[in-house]
Ligand binder design. Sequence first.
Ligand SMILES: C[S@@+](CC[C@H](N)C(=O)[O-])C[C@H]1O[C@@H](n2cnc3c(N)ncnc32)[C@H](O)[C@@H]1O
Length: 483
Amino acid sequence: MSRYAVGAAAVRDYCARYRDLIDDWPAFAEVIVAPLPTCIWANPARISAAGLSDLLAGEGLVSQPMGWQPTGLRLAAGVRAGRHWWYCAGLAHAQEEASQLPVTLLDLAPGQRVLDLCAAPGGKTAQIAFALDNRGTLLANDFAPERIKALVGNLDRLGVVNAAVTCHDGANYPTAAGQFDRVLADVPCTSEGTLRRNPDQVRRLEGQPSERLAARQRALLRKAVQRCRPGGRVLYSTCTFAPEENEFVVADILAELDGRLNLLPLQVPGLTTAPGVTDWRGRRLDPALEQCLRLWPHQNDTGGFFVALLEKDRTLPCEPDAVVAAAEIEPGDREWLEWTNARFGLSSEAWSAWRIHRQTRRGLHLIAADLAAPAHPRPEGRGLFFQRTNVRPTKLTTAGALLFGPHAQCHRLELDAAQRDAFLGRKTLTPAPAQVRDLTPGQVLVTYRGFALGLAVWHRSGELESLFPRRWSGCTAGSDDAD
Ligand SMILES: C[S@@+](CC[C@H](N)C(=O)[O-])C[C@H]1O[C@@H](n2cnc3c(N)ncnc32)[C@H](O)[C@@H]1O
């Protein structure tokens, strides 16, 4: 018997506790042990969903539009998106279909100030960033430093410049951060809804009762509501089935706020959903809790998710605005920029959307021109680390090369498919004379099918040395900070 078959029986047995909540138990029992389709969304800053779908077809990958989520695509189960060049180039992000739901319900628009309280590894943060058109102020917080590395890696690869990252206990998020138009509380949970991806996790679940997590979830939702401005919205979400972590948490916070917080009705055209649970293990909730929304795996062939959208009473008093952290450069920094501008022929138009900021001795970060991060809690990072200045000559990072790609006028080198794979595998290659006709030796921005892949050095010997980060080759989404 395979390891998976053992897992399947255990998963079904475990989930049977929710049998009475599920409209079609046989369908659920079949799907909960079936492999999960791979789902991605197209990075709107780089490619449309239709363009990505065509590109994938050219690579022999069949994709289906999600329909309800305009940038989302479904691929076959087992496709490892992170191993493909288009993923390394930041054209897409892999995110389970159900997990793409919460951000689409936040009614986001450019100009809003947004807090993502439990952000790592950042799929939803990146969705928010692009819903804000990569402008304005988005705070992405998580209390786990090692998970923040993955978050920053994803934001770098996708070219997010409007996010500031903080590492803080979300349940004690400082008042000094100010209030936000929208707050996402995608809280830690028992993750029962991810059992299709990781059936072995069922063993861990048996020892982790939901009640233990519920106190932390309530604390996080309570703080999310405090940090929301009057009239603003909070989206509470989990990827778990247990009502103790879902409707019960929302009901408790609604009761604490006693009429100053309202649950909003939710609808997602194109997705089959179920209402919130109001009667579970002896506890009966207000029927209004039915306005929460559940996504059971068998309904749309996804993982499981729970969402609740809350609006804070607009007549409540507003708190003072946050003190904004300064974004500064040092006197010599303009010279580094001039070097990069001259080498790659970057247009002044590209720079109008960005500001630069020196956060570390290693180099410069690029931030959205109107990003106004609070001074407290002190951001771990703001925007995207794009230029290393502690090396001679100064050097773009891979994240910088991906971002500048469409704006670069010179020292671009288009690779063929074999060269692309060699570049991503950090191998040295020798381009044909026709490919390098317009280049002078030194740094070049390499592209494939017109999309930037990263940075290389073209030597007088005719060899092209890949500077693709070791941690990204092979292919993960990590940051190239250490290279
Ligand atoms: C469900 S995951 C978030 C997933 C993320 N929103 C995404 O879409 O990629 C929950 C996250 O909450 C973080 N977390 C747990 N307790 C926290 C706390 N007290 N404050 C802030 N973050 C916390 C965990 O480190 C974890 O990264």
